[in-house]
Design a protein around this ligand. Structure first.
Ligand SMILES: [Zn+2]
Length: 183
C-alpha cells in the first residue's frame, strides 16, 4: 500500500460495519488488507516514512493476519476515539530506535517503531489525523444519509483530486437527487 492507500484503509476501517466479519470470508479479507498495511516487501516506503515520521515493524502477536473479530472491534473503538478528537487517551507501548539508512529518500536517519500491531496502528492513525499535510486532505461527506433522511453521511474520507463525496454510492445518490429536483 502506498501512503494514500494506507490513509484510506485507516478511514475505511474506522467506519466500517464489523458485524459483517461474522462471515469468515469478510474476516479473511480484512486480515489480508491489514497485513498489507504493515507489509514492507518491495514497497517504496519513503513517502510513508516522510509523512508519518517512522517505520512500523509489527512483530508481536497477534500479527495483523491473526486478528480476531473481537480484536478488530476493540481496535476500531480506539481508532474512532482518536478520529473524533478529544475522545480520550489511548495507551500505546512500543520500542523505538533510530537507524542510518544511506540513500533512503534523502532521510539520513529514520525512526523505527517495533511492537504490537495494535499500538503501531493507533500511532499511525493519530499521525494521519493530525499531520497538517494529511489533515488538510481529510473531508466529511456532505451527501444526504442513505437511510436516515435529515442526516448527512458524514463519513470521513481522504480527498483525491477534486473528490467531493466519500464514495461512488454517495456521489450517485446526490446526482440522482439533483436530476429528480430538475424534473
Ligand atoms: Zn458519503
Amino acid at each position: 500500500m502506498n501512503l494514500d492507500e494506507k490513509i484510506s484503509f485507516i478511514l475505511r476501517f474506522a467506519q466500517m460495519d464489523l458485524t459483517a466479519l461474522r462471515r469468515s470470508s469478510a474476516l479473511e479479507h480484512l486480515r489480508a488488507q491489514f497485513h498489507e498495511f504493515f507489509m514492507r516487501k518491495g514497497e517504496d516506503l519513503t513517502s510513508t516514512v516522510k509523512a508519518l515520521g517512522f517505520l512500523a515493524i509489527a512483530d508481536e502477536s497477534p500479527k495483523p493476519e491473526e486478528f480476531t473479530q473481537d480484536q478488530f472491534e476493540s481496535l476500531q473503538k480506539e481508532t474512532m476515539r482518536l478520529m473524533n478528537g478529544g475522545g480520550g487517551e489511548v495507551p500505546v507501548t512500543t520500542q523505538v530506535s533510530t537507524v542510518a539508512l544511506p540513500g533512503f529518500g534523502g532521510i539520513p536517519t529514520i525512526m523505527l517503531m517495533k511492537g504490537p500491531t495494535r499500538a503501531l496502528f493507533l500511532l499511525s492513525c493519530s499521525l494521519v489525523l493530525t499531520r497538517p499535510e494529511i489533515a488538510a486532505r481529510l473531508r466529511r461527506c456532505p451527501a444526504r444519509h442513505a437511510r436516515q433522511p435529515g442526516r448527512k453521511c458524514d463519513k470521513m474520507f481522504l480527498r483525491i483530486r477534486k473528490q467531493q463525496f466519500c464514495s461512488k454510492t454517495c456521489a450517485n445518490r446526490v446526482s440522482k437527487q439533483k436530476e429528480r429536483g430538475r424534473t
